[in-house]
Write a protein that binds this ligand. Structure first.
Ligand code: SF4
Length: 305
């Protein structure tokens, strides 16, 4: 992607959980992490992928007829995709009369994205703004910077949801254009982080330390998604709590309850989810236990919704 074009997999309007007030959230495609529990699996691949929404399918076979290299076949009345096959996927998607097959993303110009955001400007007067999410927004760092600069020129409040898995140089050049920074701290232990996300956390921890010691530290909210048996362990939360409070004693920190809804998205992409038996949301009492662990580890500014 260039500065003026970005790969976007969704633009969500009227979002209320992605920052202060009513937000327009732009989801940039592509992520270098492979978290076992990823909530947005359609955001992982930096390129557009074909989704199959089985409920929309009328089994007409038009897509099979359009395929030339066995990229689409009908098996026991169900459409099976081989996304790696050399096919004219545009033609196959166009052939589907019910949009059961569709791309999960497309390239936008900077102007197109800014125009979309400005449609909601009237709501931003009451404390909302733009949130850039993903995937990992820093994977398209030049486009991200251009988008944030354009938003600031329009006087729009800006936020980001990021893993901070990027170079310190990228963090330094983008930080001044952000009013709110949501960053994840998933696992403190490097080996566990590698096991559950596919990458080391050394750069992430260094970037978290940098932002929490920078003049922007009061704009930062660090979050840990609570994933049963992975991140939601006493040992992990204790280590994260100690680390964050040693970087900044008043660090804003949030624990995100496990979200069982993500599992449904995996079927659209023929991907396997990390839990065969999907765990439930943590109860209020269980969340209280987690809160107590991080408070005991030095967290004073715990964000509870
Ligand atoms: S063209 Fe669309 S509706 Fe027809 S079989 Fe293929 S996916 Fe199903």
């Amino acid at each position: 992607m260039t500065i003026s074009r970005g790969m976007v997999f969704d633009i969500k309007r009227f979002a209320t959980h992605d920052g202060n007030g009513i937000r327009t959230t732009v989801f940039l495609k592509g992520c270098p992490l492979r978290c076992a529990w990823c909530q947005n699996p359609e955001g992982l691949n930096p390129k557009p992928q074909v989704l199959y929404l089985e409920n929309n399918c009328i089994h007409c076979g038009s897509c099979v007829a359009q395929a030339t290299s066995a990229g689409v076949r009908m098996e026991n009345g169900r459409i099976c995709l081989n996304r790696k096959a050399e096919e004219n996927w545009n033609a196959i998607v166009d052939a589907c009369p019910t949009c059961a097959l569709r791309f999960d993303a497309r390239e936008y110009t900077l102007e197109e994205v800014v125009e979309e955001i400005k449609k909601d400007a009237v709501f931003f007067q009451y404390g909302g703004g733009l949130t850039v999410s993903g995937g990992e927004p820093f994977l398209q760092a030049d486009f991200l910077l251009a988008l944030l600069q354009a938003a600031k020129q329009e006087g729009i409040h800006t936020a980001i949801e990021t893993t901070l898995f990027t170079s310190l140089e990228n963090v330094k050049r983008i930080l001044p254009y952000l009013d709110q920074i949501y960053c994840d701290c998933k696992c403190y232990d490097t080996d566990l982080h590698k096991m559950y996300t596919g990458v080391s956390n050394e750069q992430i921890l260094a970037n978290i330390e940098y932002v929490l010691k920078s003049p922007y530290r009061d704009r930062v909210i660090v979050r840990t998604p609570l994933i049963p048996e992975m991140t939601a362990t006493k040992d992990n939360l204790q280590k994260i709590g100690k680390f964050l409070s040693s970087c900044y004693s008043n660090v804003a920190y949030e624990l995100l309850n496990y979200n069982p809804l993500a599992k449904a998205k995996y079927a659209y992409l023929d991907m396997e989810y990390c839990f065969e038996e999907n765990p439930k949301l943590y109860t209020k009492e269980q969340m209280e236990n987690f809160y107590q662990i991080v408070r005991d580890s030095g967290i004073k500014n715990l964000i509870i919704e």
